[in-house]
Design a protein around this ligand. Sequence first.
Ligand code: NFE
Ligand code: MG
Length: 519
Amino acid sequence: MGKIVLDPITRIEGHLKIEAIVENGIVKETKSSGTLFRGFEIILKGRDPRDAQRITQRICGVCPTSHSTAATLNLDSAFGISDKIPDNGRILRNLILGAAHIADHILHFYHLAALDYVDVTKVAKYEANDPNLNSVKKFIERGELAPFVPRYEGDYRLPDEVDIQAVAHYVKALEMRRKGQEMCSIFGGKMPHNIGIVPGGVTSIPTVDKIANFLWRLNELRDFIDTVYLPDVLAVAEAYSDYFEIGAGCGNLLSYGGYDLDGKDPNYLTRDRLFKSGVVSSDLKLTPVNVDLITESVKNSWYDDAASGKNPKEGETKPQPEKDGAYSWVKSPRYDGKVCEVGPLARVVATYVSGNEKVKELVDTVLDKFKASPSALFSVLGRHAARAISCKVVADSMPEWLLQLKPGEPVYKEYEIPSEANGFGVVDAARGALGHWIEIKDKKIANYQCVVPTTWNASTRDDSGQPGPIEQAITGTKVKDEENPFEIVRIVRSFDPCLGCAVHTVTPKGRIKGKVVIL
Ligand code: NFE
Ligand code: MG
């Protein structure tokens, strides 16, 4: 029996530690630990409610736009104006968020995940005039191999020409991400922390000039998604098709949906959204989401047990760093007691099951290509395919949204901050279901709770002992070489975890930095 400790798992955001107990080459038990405490919910107490839009963006360097959206929906609901946002405001919010998500999905595939499948070192032998390849080659020739090494060795299967092209795309993807960020800035202001998405609507107005500037960048990104990103995901899927059977997870999916197509329904979970909300079981049954059924357990997290099992409406954040038996700063959100995976897979499957034609066609094309049934989506490759599909669906929806903008018409609705109110804002971030809850007293924040995508996915065992989605996805996996546990890192990275978000002062106790320990 051996214990594999990956601490930290790199090429994700933040600090995640995975411990896997391996017996006869199979993982018997897994523990996922967030090793970083943040305390944003505590920082927010007593402040002007509008500060939530500014401060929660600082939770994360990857998804600030999603936090600004959730905070803003939360404040709209507490201020009683969630159904009064002018169409221009609603559409501009969709465009800012969509641009951020496109850049984020490209970031994840090329810069965080693809290096698990692409052998960058092959570039050293390559003779050609491709400036993107030559830039990588120069680094390798100088022996400057970071961030490509250290890496786990032994399972690189792409044909040479696909591999070499993927390295060129790694560099091209950096430029594409910059274009996505520029699109956010056109309507959202300086990145990464936008000032565009605010309660009441947005702070910028649509002009023909801005629309044109946004559109030409969008066209370039759409071309990249269709001719580079999707084909690369399929090429990886072809060479590593066994990963349709690895990393299945917990079987339940939760999506809040996203991109409001109609702002007149005050309830975020019943209003028409591009991606549909819902809880989907492993037999693909969809049920509506009721936020009252969400709880957060903390039995195995470094928080006061008195706060365990509460709905985020009355949730508490009381750190207890010395708590016995706990192993993470990440709490354990559950839906009606069930463990749920969140992310592009959840929103794409919820939208697929809801009968959306475009999503159905894209998902079925991938499944047909690999002669797979929908159950194959619950896997490492299913998550990558769903992320690419999610990216394409948003990008392809945006030209029409640009046409719906009405220069000269309002973008913002005035409001008053109530003395006392409760609110919540739910939306799918790039990594999945993101919820913010607020309680206002004396026009100040009395309580603020965030339940974030990676809080769901990287959660610990809950009060009744059920392991979290990443823990479940790893347990049962066959590890070929315990010194190179690439199966485990590929499973973890398929969730695109972000620990900065998940925990929202490191206790260095027992941390072994950057080392695989086999006992
Ligand atoms: Ni820090 Fe985040 C996204 C959010 S994930 S990346 O997407 O919300 O927990
Ligand atoms: Mg929280």
